[in-house]
Design a protein around this ligand. Sequence first.
Ligand code: NAP
Length: 547
Amino acid sequence: MTNSENPYSHSQSPIPPEVQHQLRSVLDQLPHPVPLYLFTKEGQNDIYNQAAKEIVRAFAGLGRNIELHEMDFDHELAQKWQVDISPTILFDPERYSIRFLGAPMGEEGRTLLEAVVLIGLRSSNLSEQSLKMIEKIDSPRVVKVFSSPTCPYCPQQAVSALKAAIAKPELISLEIVDIQANPNLADLYSAHSVPQTFANDTLIAQGAQPEELFILSLQKMEEQTVFIPDIDTELVENDLVIVGGGPAGLTAAIYAVRSGLNTAVVERDTLGGQVAITPLVENYPGFTQVGGKALVDLLVSHALEYVTIFQGEEVVDIETGEGITVLTSRRRFKTKAVLLATGATHKLLGVPGESHFSGRGVTYCSTCDGPLFKGKKVIMVGGGNSAVTEALYLHNVGADVTLVHRRDTLRSQEHLSKYLSSANIPVLWNTEVKEIQGEEKVREVLLYDNVTQESRTLPIDGVFIAIGYLPAVGLAQKLGVELTADGFIKRDEQHRTNIPGIYSAGDVEGGYKQIVTAVGQGAEAAMSIYEDLIHPYWLEQPGISTS
Ligand code: NAP
Protein backbone atom coordinates (compact mmCIF):
# COMPACT_ATOMS: atom_id res chain seq x y z
CA MET A 1 0.00 0.00 0.00
CA THR A 2 1.39 3.43 -0.87
CA ASN A 3 0.79 6.53 1.20
CA SER A 4 -1.65 7.92 -1.33
CA GLU A 5 -3.82 4.84 -0.73
CA ASN A 6 -3.51 5.18 3.03
CA PRO A 7 -7.09 4.97 4.23
CA TYR A 8 -6.23 6.78 7.42
CA SER A 9 -8.13 10.00 7.51
CA HIS A 10 -7.05 12.83 9.80
CA SER A 11 -9.94 12.28 12.18
CA GLN A 12 -9.38 8.51 12.56
CA SER A 13 -5.72 8.70 13.53
CA PRO A 14 -4.74 7.50 17.03
CA ILE A 15 -2.24 10.38 17.03
CA PRO A 16 -3.73 13.70 18.21
CA PRO A 17 -3.78 16.42 15.50
CA GLU A 18 -1.22 18.69 17.24
CA VAL A 19 1.21 15.77 17.60
CA GLN A 20 0.61 14.78 13.97
CA HIS A 21 1.66 18.26 12.97
CA GLN A 22 4.93 18.01 14.94
CA LEU A 23 5.65 14.50 13.67
CA ARG A 24 5.00 15.46 10.07
CA SER A 25 7.57 18.24 10.29
CA VAL A 26 10.17 15.57 11.17
CA LEU A 27 8.98 12.53 9.22
CA ASP A 28 8.32 14.36 5.99
CA GLN A 29 11.95 15.53 5.85
CA LEU A 30 13.52 12.06 6.06
CA PRO A 31 15.95 11.80 3.14
CA HIS A 32 15.88 8.00 2.67
CA PRO A 33 13.04 5.53 2.15
CA VAL A 34 11.74 3.77 5.27
CA PRO A 35 10.19 0.46 4.19
CA LEU A 36 7.90 -0.90 6.94
CA TYR A 37 6.37 -4.35 6.63
CA LEU A 38 3.45 -5.19 8.89
CA PHE A 39 2.58 -8.88 9.03
CA THR A 40 -0.65 -10.01 10.68
CA LYS A 41 -2.53 -13.28 10.87
CA GLU A 42 -6.26 -13.11 11.33
CA GLY A 43 -7.38 -14.92 14.46
CA GLN A 44 -4.00 -14.55 16.17
CA ASN A 45 -3.83 -11.56 18.54
CA ASP A 46 -6.56 -9.68 16.66
CA ILE A 47 -6.76 -6.77 19.11
CA TYR A 48 -3.04 -6.13 18.71
CA ASN A 49 -3.24 -6.69 14.94
CA GLN A 50 -5.82 -3.96 14.70
CA ALA A 51 -3.87 -1.62 16.97
CA ALA A 52 -0.66 -2.22 15.02
CA LYS A 53 -2.45 -1.44 11.76
CA GLU A 54 -3.85 1.78 13.16
CA ILE A 55 -0.52 2.96 14.50
CA VAL A 56 1.71 2.17 11.53
CA ARG A 57 -0.85 3.53 9.08
CA ALA A 58 -1.00 6.75 11.07
CA PHE A 59 2.80 7.01 10.99
CA ALA A 60 3.03 6.15 7.32
CA GLY A 61 0.65 8.95 6.52
CA LEU A 62 3.01 11.50 8.04
CA GLY A 63 6.13 11.01 5.93
CA ARG A 64 6.40 10.84 2.16
CA ASN A 65 9.35 8.42 2.39
CA ILE A 66 7.64 5.92 4.69
CA GLU A 67 6.58 2.95 2.60
CA LEU A 68 4.08 0.75 4.38
CA HIS A 69 3.45 -2.79 3.19
CA GLU A 70 0.77 -4.82 4.95
CA MET A 71 0.62 -8.56 4.39
CA ASP A 72 -0.50 -11.78 5.98
CA PHE A 73 1.43 -14.90 6.81
CA ASP A 74 0.62 -16.54 3.46
CA HIS A 75 2.79 -14.05 1.66
CA GLU A 76 6.11 -15.42 0.45
CA LEU A 77 7.93 -12.63 2.30
CA ALA A 78 6.62 -13.98 5.61
CA GLN A 79 8.52 -17.19 4.90
CA LYS A 80 11.57 -15.36 3.55
CA TRP A 81 11.89 -13.27 6.71
CA GLN A 82 10.68 -16.04 9.04
CA VAL A 83 7.74 -14.15 10.44
CA ASP A 84 5.54 -16.32 12.65
CA ILE A 85 4.24 -13.98 15.35
CA SER A 86 1.27 -11.72 14.79
CA PRO A 87 1.60 -8.76 14.63
CA THR A 88 5.21 -8.28 13.51
CA ILE A 89 6.65 -5.08 12.08
CA LEU A 90 9.88 -5.31 10.08
CA PHE A 91 11.95 -2.20 9.50
CA ASP A 92 13.76 -1.99 6.16
CA PRO A 93 14.36 -5.77 6.20
CA GLU A 94 16.61 -5.82 3.13
CA ARG A 95 19.07 -3.65 5.03
CA TYR A 96 18.54 -4.36 8.74
CA SER A 97 17.35 -7.15 10.97
CA ILE A 98 15.01 -5.19 13.23
CA ARG A 99 11.52 -6.30 14.21
CA PHE A 100 8.85 -5.22 16.65
CA LEU A 101 6.60 -7.99 17.94
CA GLY A 102 3.27 -6.49 18.99
CA ALA A 103 1.60 -3.14 18.51
CA PRO A 104 3.84 -0.17 19.41
CA MET A 105 1.34 1.58 21.67
CA GLY A 106 1.81 4.11 24.47
CA GLU A 107 5.46 4.63 25.39
CA GLU A 108 6.47 2.20 22.64
CA GLY A 109 5.33 4.82 20.13
CA ARG A 110 8.57 6.64 20.98
CA THR A 111 10.55 3.56 19.94
CA LEU A 112 8.63 3.35 16.66
CA LEU A 113 9.30 7.02 16.00
CA GLU A 114 13.04 6.68 16.68
CA ALA A 115 13.24 3.59 14.46
CA VAL A 116 11.57 5.38 11.56
CA VAL A 117 13.72 8.50 11.97
CA LEU A 118 17.06 6.67 12.28
CA ILE A 119 16.30 4.43 9.31
CA GLY A 120 15.14 7.44 7.30
CA LEU A 121 18.43 9.14 8.15
CA ARG A 122 20.48 5.94 7.61
CA SER A 123 22.27 6.82 10.81
CA SER A 124 22.71 4.94 14.06
CA ASN A 125 23.23 8.19 15.94
CA LEU A 126 25.38 6.30 18.45
CA SER A 127 27.76 8.42 20.50
CA GLU A 128 31.46 8.38 19.59
CA GLN A 129 32.17 6.36 22.73
CA SER A 130 29.57 3.76 21.76
CA LEU A 131 30.84 3.55 18.19
CA LYS A 132 34.34 2.79 19.45
CA MET A 133 32.99 -0.03 21.63
CA ILE A 134 30.69 -1.51 19.01
CA GLU A 135 33.68 -1.84 16.71
CA LYS A 136 34.99 -4.48 19.10
CA ILE A 137 31.97 -6.75 18.61
CA ASP A 138 33.11 -9.42 16.18
CA SER A 139 30.51 -12.18 16.49
CA PRO A 140 26.71 -12.26 16.04
CA ARG A 141 24.38 -10.84 18.67
CA VAL A 142 20.69 -11.71 18.57
CA VAL A 143 19.19 -9.07 20.84
CA LYS A 144 15.75 -9.19 22.45
CA VAL A 145 14.39 -6.23 24.40
CA PHE A 146 11.18 -6.93 26.32
CA SER A 147 9.04 -3.83 26.72
CA SER A 148 5.51 -2.69 27.50
CA PRO A 149 3.34 0.26 26.44
CA THR A 150 3.17 1.59 30.00
CA CYS A 151 6.90 1.51 30.72
CA PRO A 152 8.59 4.91 30.43
CA TYR A 153 12.04 3.30 30.84
CA CYS A 154 11.63 0.95 27.90
CA PRO A 155 12.17 3.21 24.89
CA GLN A 156 15.64 4.19 26.13
CA GLN A 157 16.78 0.56 26.17
CA ALA A 158 14.97 -0.37 22.95
CA VAL A 159 16.43 2.65 21.14
CA SER A 160 20.00 1.85 22.24
CA ALA A 161 19.50 -1.66 20.85
CA LEU A 162 18.00 -0.20 17.69
CA LYS A 163 21.02 2.03 17.20
CA ALA A 164 23.32 -0.97 17.64
CA ALA A 165 21.37 -2.96 15.02
CA ILE A 166 21.58 -0.03 12.59
CA ALA A 167 25.30 0.53 13.24
CA LYS A 168 26.27 -3.12 12.73
CA PRO A 169 23.57 -4.87 10.68
CA GLU A 170 25.92 -7.64 9.60
CA LEU A 171 26.26 -8.90 13.20
CA ILE A 172 23.48 -7.41 15.31
CA SER A 173 19.81 -8.31 14.96
CA LEU A 174 17.03 -7.00 17.19
CA GLU A 175 13.59 -8.07 18.33
CA ILE A 176 11.63 -5.67 20.50
CA VAL A 177 9.03 -7.81 22.23
CA ASP A 178 5.88 -6.25 23.63
CA ILE A 179 5.14 -8.44 26.65
CA GLN A 180 1.44 -7.70 26.67
CA ALA A 181 0.95 -8.93 23.11
CA ASN A 182 3.39 -11.81 23.65
CA PRO A 183 2.86 -13.16 27.19
CA ASN A 184 4.03 -16.64 26.15
CA LEU A 185 7.36 -15.30 24.94
CA ALA A 186 7.67 -13.26 28.15
CA ASP A 187 6.99 -16.47 30.11
CA LEU A 188 9.54 -18.40 28.06
CA TYR A 189 12.23 -15.88 29.00
CA SER A 190 10.78 -15.32 32.50
CA ALA A 191 10.68 -11.63 31.58
CA HIS A 192 8.08 -10.36 34.02
CA SER A 193 9.35 -6.87 34.41
CA VAL A 194 10.49 -4.50 31.73
CA PRO A 195 12.76 -3.52 30.15
CA GLN A 196 14.81 -6.69 30.08
CA THR A 197 17.47 -7.30 27.48
CA PHE A 198 18.83 -10.60 26.23
CA ALA A 199 21.63 -11.21 23.76
CA ASN A 200 21.93 -14.72 22.30
CA ASP A 201 19.38 -15.74 24.99
CA THR A 202 21.61 -14.51 27.84
CA LEU A 203 20.22 -11.82 30.13
CA ILE A 204 22.52 -8.81 29.70
CA ALA A 205 20.48 -6.06 31.36
CA GLN A 206 17.57 -5.55 33.72
CA GLY A 207 16.13 -2.05 33.51
CA ALA A 208 17.22 0.81 31.30
CA GLN A 209 20.88 1.66 30.88
CA PRO A 210 22.69 4.68 29.50
CA GLU A 211 23.58 3.92 25.87
CA GLU A 212 27.28 3.35 26.54
CA LEU A 213 26.59 0.85 29.31
CA PHE A 214 24.21 -1.02 27.03
CA ILE A 215 26.81 -1.27 24.26
CA LEU A 216 29.45 -2.37 26.76
CA SER A 217 27.06 -5.03 28.14
CA LEU A 218 26.36 -6.17 24.58
CA GLN A 219 30.05 -6.39 23.84
CA LYS A 220 30.90 -8.26 27.06
CA MET A 221 27.66 -10.35 27.03
CA GLU A 222 27.15 -9.52 30.70
CA GLU A 223 25.46 -6.67 32.55
CA GLN A 224 27.93 -3.81 33.10
CA THR A 225 27.44 -1.10 35.70
CA VAL A 226 30.47 1.12 35.18
CA PHE A 227 31.55 2.90 32.04
CA ILE A 228 34.68 5.04 32.00
CA PRO A 229 34.71 7.38 29.00
CA ASP A 230 37.87 8.33 27.07
CA ILE A 231 39.56 11.48 28.32
CA ASP A 232 39.34 13.20 24.92
CA THR A 233 35.54 13.65 24.95
CA GLU A 234 33.98 16.90 23.76
CA LEU A 235 34.44 19.92 26.07
CA VAL A 236 31.42 22.15 26.73
CA GLU A 237 31.64 25.38 28.73
CA ASN A 238 28.59 26.68 30.54
CA ASP A 239 27.36 28.22 33.80
CA LEU A 240 25.36 25.44 35.39
CA VAL A 241 25.04 21.68 35.07
CA ILE A 242 21.93 20.15 36.62
CA VAL A 243 22.32 16.48 37.45
CA GLY A 244 18.88 14.87 37.31
CA GLY A 245 15.82 15.48 35.15
CA GLY A 246 13.05 15.05 37.70
CA PRO A 247 10.64 17.81 38.77
CA ALA A 248 13.35 19.61 40.82
CA GLY A 249 15.98 19.53 38.06
CA LEU A 250 13.62 20.50 35.26
CA THR A 251 12.12 23.38 37.24
CA ALA A 252 15.59 24.60 38.20
CA ALA A 253 16.53 24.53 34.50
CA ILE A 254 13.58 26.71 33.53
CA TYR A 255 14.41 29.24 36.25
CA ALA A 256 18.16 29.20 35.59
CA VAL A 257 17.91 29.78 31.85
CA ARG A 258 15.31 32.50 32.32
CA SER A 259 17.79 34.22 34.67
CA GLY A 260 20.38 34.11 31.92
CA LEU A 261 22.48 31.14 33.01
CA ASN A 262 23.79 28.92 30.27
CA THR A 263 22.51 25.59 31.60
CA ALA A 264 22.43 21.90 30.75
CA VAL A 265 20.45 19.04 32.30
CA VAL A 266 21.98 15.56 32.38
CA GLU A 267 19.75 12.56 33.17
CA ARG A 268 20.87 8.95 32.96
CA ASP A 269 17.40 7.40 33.17
CA THR A 270 13.95 8.41 32.19
CA LEU A 271 12.98 12.05 32.66
CA GLY A 272 10.60 12.86 35.49
CA GLY A 273 12.06 10.52 38.09
CA GLN A 274 9.56 8.70 40.26
CA VAL A 275 6.69 10.84 38.96
CA ALA A 276 7.06 9.18 35.55
CA ILE A 277 6.01 5.89 37.11
CA THR A 278 3.32 7.26 39.42
CA PRO A 279 0.01 6.06 38.03
CA LEU A 280 -2.06 9.02 39.17
CA VAL A 281 -1.26 12.35 40.82
CA GLU A 282 -4.09 14.11 42.63
CA ASN A 283 -2.29 16.76 44.64
CA TYR A 284 -0.44 18.83 42.07
CA PRO A 285 -2.23 22.20 42.12
CA GLY A 286 -4.08 22.95 38.93
CA PHE A 287 -4.79 19.31 38.14
CA THR A 288 -7.51 17.43 40.03
CA GLN A 289 -6.17 14.21 38.51
CA VAL A 290 -3.27 13.75 36.15
CA GLY A 291 -1.23 10.69 35.17
CA GLY A 292 2.34 10.95 36.47
CA LYS A 293 3.78 10.45 32.97
CA ALA A 294 1.40 13.03 31.49
CA LEU A 295 2.55 15.55 34.08
CA VAL A 296 6.18 14.73 33.31
CA ASP A 297 5.59 15.18 29.58
CA LEU A 298 4.21 18.66 30.26
CA LEU A 299 7.18 19.52 32.47
CA VAL A 300 9.69 18.20 29.93
CA SER A 301 8.07 20.06 27.03
CA HIS A 302 8.18 23.25 29.08
CA ALA A 303 11.84 22.74 30.06
CA LEU A 304 12.82 21.95 26.46
CA GLU A 305 11.63 25.43 25.49
CA TYR A 306 14.67 26.67 27.40
CA VAL A 307 17.30 24.07 28.01
CA THR A 308 19.20 21.23 26.37
CA ILE A 309 18.56 17.94 28.13
CA PHE A 310 21.19 15.24 27.78
CA GLN A 311 19.03 12.21 28.45
CA GLY A 312 20.46 8.70 28.66
CA GLU A 313 23.80 10.25 29.57
CA GLU A 314 25.40 9.55 32.92
CA VAL A 315 27.47 11.86 35.09
CA VAL A 316 30.40 9.68 36.08
CA ASP A 317 32.52 12.19 37.97
CA ILE A 318 32.60 15.78 39.22
CA GLU A 319 35.85 17.56 40.04
CA THR A 320 36.16 20.88 41.77
CA GLY A 321 39.25 23.02 41.37
CA GLU A 322 39.83 25.62 38.67
CA GLY A 323 36.11 25.88 38.05
CA ILE A 324 34.13 22.65 38.14
CA THR A 325 34.46 19.79 35.67
CA VAL A 326 31.52 17.44 35.16
CA LEU A 327 32.49 14.31 33.31
CA THR A 328 29.64 12.45 31.63
CA SER A 329 29.63 9.29 29.53
CA ARG A 330 29.88 11.51 26.42
CA ARG A 331 31.40 14.90 27.24
CA ARG A 332 33.09 17.14 29.80
CA PHE A 333 31.40 20.26 31.07
CA LYS A 334 33.56 23.09 32.35
CA THR A 335 31.03 24.85 34.53
CA LYS A 336 30.60 27.34 37.35
CA ALA A 337 27.98 25.52 39.41
CA VAL A 338 26.40 22.09 39.76
CA LEU A 339 22.93 21.35 41.05
CA LEU A 340 22.54 17.83 42.40
CA ALA A 341 18.89 16.93 41.82
CA THR A 342 19.56 13.22 41.73
CA GLY A 343 16.36 12.16 43.52
CA ALA A 344 16.03 8.79 45.13
CA THR A 345 16.03 5.11 44.31
CA HIS A 346 13.50 2.55 45.51
CA LYS A 347 14.19 0.75 48.77
CA LEU A 348 14.71 -2.99 48.77
CA LEU A 349 12.84 -5.28 51.12
CA GLY A 350 16.04 -7.19 51.86
CA VAL A 351 14.54 -10.66 52.15
CA PRO A 352 15.76 -13.95 50.64
CA GLY A 353 14.54 -14.40 47.08
CA GLU A 354 14.05 -10.68 46.37
CA SER A 355 17.05 -10.15 44.12
CA HIS A 356 16.88 -13.66 42.64
CA PHE A 357 13.29 -13.11 41.47
CA SER A 358 13.73 -9.45 40.53
CA GLY A 359 12.27 -9.19 37.02
CA ARG A 360 10.78 -12.66 37.42
CA GLY A 361 7.78 -11.73 39.50
CA VAL A 362 9.37 -9.21 41.87
CA THR A 363 8.97 -5.67 40.64
CA TYR A 364 9.20 -2.06 41.81
CA CYS A 365 7.25 -0.47 38.92
CA SER A 366 3.55 -1.21 38.84
CA THR A 367 2.91 1.09 35.87
CA CYS A 368 5.57 -0.75 33.83
CA ASP A 369 4.70 -4.30 34.79
CA GLY A 370 1.18 -4.21 36.27
CA PRO A 371 -0.74 -5.00 33.06
CA LEU A 372 1.16 -8.29 32.69
CA PHE A 373 -0.44 -9.47 35.93
CA LYS A 374 -4.04 -8.98 34.78
CA GLY A 375 -6.11 -11.81 36.23
CA LYS A 376 -3.22 -12.96 38.43
CA LYS A 377 -2.73 -12.89 42.19
CA VAL A 378 -0.23 -10.32 43.40
CA ILE A 379 0.74 -8.60 46.63
CA MET A 380 1.72 -4.98 47.05
CA VAL A 381 4.12 -4.50 49.95
CA GLY A 382 4.06 -1.15 51.79
CA GLY A 383 1.66 1.20 53.52
CA GLY A 384 2.56 4.66 52.21
CA ASN A 385 1.16 6.84 49.42
CA SER A 386 3.10 4.91 46.77
CA ALA A 387 1.93 1.46 47.84
CA VAL A 388 -1.72 2.53 48.08
CA THR A 389 -1.69 4.44 44.76
CA GLU A 390 -0.06 1.49 43.04
CA ALA A 391 -2.37 -1.08 44.65
CA LEU A 392 -5.28 0.90 43.23
CA TYR A 393 -3.61 0.94 39.83
CA LEU A 394 -3.05 -2.83 39.92
CA HIS A 395 -6.69 -3.34 40.91
CA ASN A 396 -7.78 -1.15 38.02
CA VAL A 397 -5.71 -3.08 35.46
CA GLY A 398 -7.39 -6.29 36.59
CA ALA A 399 -4.82 -7.83 38.92
CA ASP A 400 -6.09 -9.61 42.03
CA VAL A 401 -4.10 -7.49 44.49
CA THR A 402 -3.70 -7.73 48.27
CA LEU A 403 -1.86 -5.06 50.24
CA VAL A 404 0.62 -6.40 52.77
CA HIS A 405 1.56 -3.92 55.49
CA ARG A 406 3.77 -4.43 58.51
CA ARG A 407 1.66 -2.31 60.89
CA ASP A 408 -2.08 -1.93 61.65
CA THR A 409 -2.45 1.58 60.20
CA LEU A 410 -1.52 3.00 56.86
CA ARG A 411 0.91 5.85 56.42
CA SER A 412 -0.87 7.03 53.26
CA GLN A 413 -3.07 10.13 53.13
CA GLU A 414 -6.60 9.52 54.37
CA HIS A 415 -8.05 10.29 50.96
CA LEU A 416 -6.05 7.46 49.38
CA SER A 417 -6.76 5.04 52.23
CA LYS A 418 -10.49 5.56 51.69
CA TYR A 419 -10.14 4.73 47.99
CA LEU A 420 -8.44 1.51 49.02
CA SER A 421 -11.30 0.36 51.22
CA SER A 422 -13.98 1.46 48.76
CA ALA A 423 -12.24 -0.62 46.06
CA ASN A 424 -12.44 -3.57 48.49
CA ILE A 425 -8.74 -4.28 48.17
CA PRO A 426 -7.86 -6.75 50.93
CA VAL A 427 -5.16 -5.73 53.38
CA LEU A 428 -3.02 -8.13 55.43
CA TRP A 429 -2.25 -6.04 58.52
CA ASN A 430 0.76 -6.54 60.81
CA THR A 431 2.23 -8.79 58.16
CA GLU A 432 5.82 -9.01 57.00
CA VAL A 433 7.18 -10.74 53.92
CA LYS A 434 10.00 -12.97 55.13
CA GLU A 435 10.94 -14.80 51.95
CA ILE A 436 10.03 -14.97 48.26
CA GLN A 437 10.07 -18.45 46.79
CA GLY A 438 9.66 -20.12 43.42
CA GLU A 439 11.54 -21.82 40.61
CA GLU A 440 11.80 -19.99 37.28
CA LYS A 441 9.53 -17.28 38.65
CA VAL A 442 7.78 -16.32 41.87
CA ARG A 443 5.43 -19.00 43.20
CA GLU A 444 4.77 -18.02 46.82
CA VAL A 445 5.74 -15.76 49.68
CA LEU A 446 6.44 -16.63 53.28
CA LEU A 447 4.43 -14.27 55.49
CA TYR A 448 4.83 -13.58 59.20
CA ASP A 449 2.08 -12.08 61.35
CA ASN A 450 3.97 -10.01 63.91
CA VAL A 451 0.98 -9.99 66.34
CA THR A 452 0.09 -13.69 66.38
CA GLN A 453 3.72 -14.56 65.53
CA GLU A 454 2.49 -17.13 63.04
CA SER A 455 4.04 -17.84 59.66
CA ARG A 456 2.35 -19.12 56.53
CA THR A 457 2.92 -19.30 52.82
CA LEU A 458 0.73 -17.55 50.28
CA PRO A 459 0.69 -18.72 46.65
CA ILE A 460 1.27 -15.68 44.47
CA ASP A 461 2.26 -14.70 40.91
CA GLY A 462 3.82 -11.33 41.59
CA VAL A 463 5.34 -9.25 44.40
CA PHE A 464 5.16 -5.49 43.94
CA ILE A 465 7.27 -3.51 46.38
CA ALA A 466 6.76 0.17 47.27
CA ILE A 467 8.32 0.70 50.69
CA GLY A 468 9.88 4.11 50.20
CA TYR A 469 13.03 5.52 48.68
CA LEU A 470 16.68 6.04 49.51
CA PRO A 471 18.38 9.27 48.44
CA ALA A 472 20.68 8.88 45.41
CA VAL A 473 23.81 10.35 46.97
CA GLY A 474 26.57 8.37 45.22
CA LEU A 475 27.94 11.38 43.33
CA ALA A 476 27.55 13.66 46.33
CA GLN A 477 29.55 11.27 48.50
CA LYS A 478 32.27 10.96 45.88
CA LEU A 479 32.54 14.74 45.89
CA GLY A 480 32.76 14.97 49.67
CA VAL A 481 29.34 16.61 50.12
CA GLU A 482 28.19 16.37 53.74
CA LEU A 483 25.10 14.29 54.44
CA THR A 484 22.53 14.45 57.24
CA ALA A 485 22.26 11.67 59.81
CA ASP A 486 19.44 10.20 57.66
CA GLY A 487 21.70 10.11 54.61
CA PHE A 488 20.24 13.07 52.68
CA ILE A 489 22.32 15.96 51.33
CA LYS A 490 22.94 18.58 54.00
CA ARG A 491 22.35 22.06 52.67
CA ASP A 492 21.62 25.56 53.88
CA GLU A 493 18.58 27.72 53.12
CA GLN A 494 20.07 28.71 49.77
CA HIS A 495 20.45 25.03 48.84
CA ARG A 496 24.23 25.38 49.10
CA THR A 497 26.11 22.27 50.18
CA ASN A 498 29.40 22.41 52.11
CA ILE A 499 31.27 22.56 48.77
CA PRO A 500 31.19 25.97 47.10
CA GLY A 501 29.51 25.79 43.70
CA ILE A 502 27.68 22.55 44.52
CA TYR A 503 23.95 22.83 45.31
CA SER A 504 21.07 20.41 45.83
CA ALA A 505 17.29 20.27 45.32
CA GLY A 506 14.44 17.78 45.49
CA ASP A 507 14.12 14.37 47.12
CA VAL A 508 17.88 14.02 47.58
CA GLU A 509 17.50 16.68 50.29
CA GLY A 510 14.84 14.72 52.19
CA GLY A 511 11.87 16.61 53.67
CA TYR A 512 8.32 16.11 52.44
CA LYS A 513 9.19 14.48 49.08
CA GLN A 514 6.20 15.80 47.21
CA ILE A 515 6.25 16.80 43.55
CA VAL A 516 5.19 20.28 44.49
CA THR A 517 7.96 20.65 47.08
CA ALA A 518 10.56 19.32 44.62
CA VAL A 519 9.43 21.89 42.08
CA GLY A 520 9.70 24.65 44.72
CA GLN A 521 13.16 23.52 45.79
CA GLY A 522 14.33 23.47 42.18
CA ALA A 523 13.16 27.04 41.65
CA GLU A 524 14.76 28.21 44.91
CA ALA A 525 18.06 26.53 44.13
CA ALA A 526 18.23 28.04 40.63
CA MET A 527 17.58 31.54 41.97
CA SER A 528 20.16 31.07 44.67
CA ILE A 529 22.76 29.84 42.14
CA TYR A 530 22.10 32.86 39.97
CA GLU A 531 22.62 35.21 42.94
CA ASP A 532 25.79 33.41 43.96
CA LEU A 533 27.31 33.46 40.49
CA ILE A 534 26.81 37.22 40.39
CA HIS A 535 28.09 37.67 43.95
CA PRO A 536 30.25 34.61 44.71
CA TYR A 537 29.99 34.23 48.48
CA TRP A 538 33.07 32.02 48.52
CA LEU A 539 35.22 34.93 47.34
CA GLU A 540 33.76 37.20 49.99
CA GLN A 541 34.34 34.81 52.91
CA PRO A 542 37.99 34.35 53.77
CA GLY A 543 39.00 30.73 53.98
CA ILE A 544 36.44 29.43 51.50
CA SER A 545 37.67 28.62 48.05
CA THR A 546 36.40 26.53 45.19
CA SER A 547 39.73 24.85 44.81
P1 NAP B 1 6.86 6.11 52.59
O1 NAP B 1 5.89 7.20 52.76
O2 NAP B 1 8.19 6.22 53.24
O3 NAP B 1 6.16 4.77 53.06
C1 NAP B 1 6.86 3.57 53.04
C2 NAP B 1 5.94 2.46 53.52
O4 NAP B 1 6.62 1.24 53.40
C3 NAP B 1 5.56 2.64 54.98
O5 NAP B 1 4.22 2.27 55.16
C4 NAP B 1 6.52 1.70 55.70
O6 NAP B 1 5.95 1.11 56.84
C5 NAP B 1 6.72 0.62 54.68
N1 NAP B 1 8.04 0.03 54.80
C6 NAP B 1 9.25 0.65 54.83
N2 NAP B 1 10.24 -0.24 54.94
C7 NAP B 1 9.66 -1.46 54.98
C8 NAP B 1 10.16 -2.77 55.09
N3 NAP B 1 11.47 -3.03 55.16
N4 NAP B 1 9.27 -3.79 55.10
C9 NAP B 1 7.94 -3.55 55.00
N5 NAP B 1 7.41 -2.32 54.90
C10 NAP B 1 8.25 -1.29 54.89
O7 NAP B 1 7.19 5.79 51.05
P2 NAP B 1 6.31 6.03 49.72
O8 NAP B 1 4.92 5.60 49.91
O9 NAP B 1 7.11 5.43 48.62
O10 NAP B 1 6.36 7.57 49.56
C11 NAP B 1 7.64 8.25 49.52
C12 NAP B 1 7.41 9.74 49.55
O11 NAP B 1 6.85 10.11 48.31
C13 NAP B 1 6.42 10.15 50.64
O12 NAP B 1 6.84 11.39 51.18
C14 NAP B 1 5.14 10.29 49.89
O13 NAP B 1 4.24 11.19 50.49
C15 NAP B 1 5.65 10.78 48.56
N6 NAP B 1 4.69 10.50 47.48
C16 NAP B 1 4.16 11.59 46.94
C17 NAP B 1 3.25 11.47 45.95
C18 NAP B 1 2.70 12.77 45.38
O14 NAP B 1 3.27 13.83 45.60
N7 NAP B 1 1.63 12.75 44.63
C19 NAP B 1 2.86 10.20 45.48
C20 NAP B 1 3.46 9.06 46.06
C21 NAP B 1 4.39 9.25 47.08
P3 NAP B 1 5.67 1.97 58.15
O15 NAP B 1 4.41 2.72 57.88
O16 NAP B 1 5.54 0.94 59.21
O17 NAP B 1 6.86 2.85 58.35
